[in-house]
Design a protein around this ligand. Structure first.
Ligand code: ADP
Length: 396
């Protein structure tokens, strides 16, 4: 239990945590504090196969972290091994191209990036400040969702709008899910020797979804933009649309541009089209029992994902590997099949039996014998990356 890392993902209404030991290989305890800021908030610990929930007295982020500290007091062997804390931070702007040890300047840098992630970054700052207060002396590291994409070239990250918006306001594509893509790239290099010298497409498909093109181990393009709204159709987000719709929606509903944007972020995507749910599993069940709206939403999701993958391949010299990851990418054989059915022109095809029988939670290559590209299912592991970055930065 030496060299354990507490990984914290602090959001505005939830705080996920895990303690990883043995170079990130073992998860000792994990859990979530949710409905923070309400009277129903609670914290759940999953330890040695058992779950235990405790109501939070005041529903605050601080009381959630205080409960983690209390739990550690009751488990001194684990507490003694704790050497650092790693925080997931959504937006690092152009300031952070890799993970960093947190000090006063870094905290200010994260605050400055909050203009593009007004819900996420302030919550991360809160989590970091509380952790400094309750765990004084433990070094803390910030790991950014945007960092992996800082290798993308200006031709890809600039928007074709007047340049002064970039010069004065830093309006550009940043991309997200970077910690997941970095993990996938490294894991693939272990599975397929030489893949770190090849062209790789990755589809991270969860409630939030994006694609990434990786050339020689570096991100060269990604589908999300200045915020996580751009790109693929998602659980509740529209993804890329004609921007004029924003003004049409606000006029049609008599609402502000911000309220119309809220519709694109929270009421669109799988939820908006199906009018049933944002959850892929629920929609697949509905589709199987004959619901055409669920099928339409899922098929739109698949086609738009395929289109983004195809457009992203323009940044590669060859498409040697396609990887599916995230809750949907790892588990939905239906969507993997339909996505790949739309990539036949790129000579990407999968073996239907391998796709349908892929064991859950395991790494599998589901390419068909004639496919020009390997097609992998690889479970992502962002917590492991956060723990490894933390260990590496605090031992220097
Ligand atoms: P996020 O991290 O973006 O919140 P996840 O990566 O956890 O999202 O993915 C959540 C999505 O994965 C949900 O739409 C859920 O329905 C889907 N999912 C999980 N398991 C399955 C499954 N067995 N079949 C189909 N979809 C699944």
């Amino acid at each position: 239990m030496k060299d354990s890392i507490l990984v914290i993902n602090c959001g505005s209404s939830s705080l996920k945590f895990a303690i990883l030991s043995n170079a990130g290989q073992d998860t000792l305890v994990e859990g979530i504090a949710d409905r923070l800021g309400t009277e129903e908030s609670s914290i759940t610990f999953k330890f040695e196969g058992e779950k235990k929930s405790i109501p939070l007295e005041d529903g605050s982020h601080k009381s959630a972290v205080a409960h983690i500290k209390d739990w550690l007091s009751d488990h001194p062997a684990i507490a003694r091994g704790l050497v650092g804390i790693g925080h997931r931070v959504v937006h690092g702007g152009e300031t952070f191209s890799q993970s960093v040890l947190i000090d006063h300047n870094v905290l200010n840098g994260i605050k400055e990036c909050a203009q593009f992630a007004p819900l996420h970054n302030p919550a991360h700052i809160k989590g970091i400040e509380i952790a400094f207060e309750l765990f004084p002396g433990l070094p803390q590291v910030a790991v950014f969702d945007t960092a992996f994409h800082q290798t993308i070239a200006p031709e890809q990250y600039l928007y074709p709008i007047p340049m002064h918006f970039y010069r004065q306001h830093h309006f550009r594509k940043y991309g997200f899910h970077g910690t997941s893509y970095r993990y996938i790239s490294q894991r693939l290099a272990q599975l397929a020797k030489g893949s770190d010298q090849q062209g790789v497409l990755v589809a991270h498909l969860g409630n939030g979804a994006s694609t990434c093109a990786i050339h020689k181990g570096l991100s060269v393009d990604t589908s999300m933009g200045i915020t996580p709204l751009e790109g693929l159709m998602m659980g509740t987000r529209s993804g890329s649309i004609d921007p004029s719709l924003l003004s049409f929606i606000s006029q049609a509903e008599g609402i502000s541009a911000d309220a119309a944007l809220d519709i694109l972020n929270k009421k669109s995507g799988l939820l908006g089209v199906s009018e049933i749910s944002n959850d892929c599993r629920t929609l697949e069940e509905a589709m199987v029992s004959g619901d055409q709206r669920a099928k339409l939403a899922l098929d739109m999701f698949a086609i738009r994902t395929a289109k983004h993958l195809a457009s992203m391949s323009t940044t590669l010299e060859s498409i040697d590997h396609l990887v599916f990851t995230g809750g949907i990418g790892e588990n939905s054989s239906y969507l993997r099949q339909v996505i790949c059915d739309h990539l036949k022109a790129l000579n990407i095809t999968i073996d239907s039996t391998l796709n349908e029988t892929a064991p859950r939670g395991e790494t599998t290559n589901i390419r068909s014998a004639s496919s020009g590209t390997n097609v992998w299912i690889i479970p992502t592991n962002e917590e492991l990356m956060i723990a490894l970055d933390t260990i590496s930065l605090i031992s220097h």
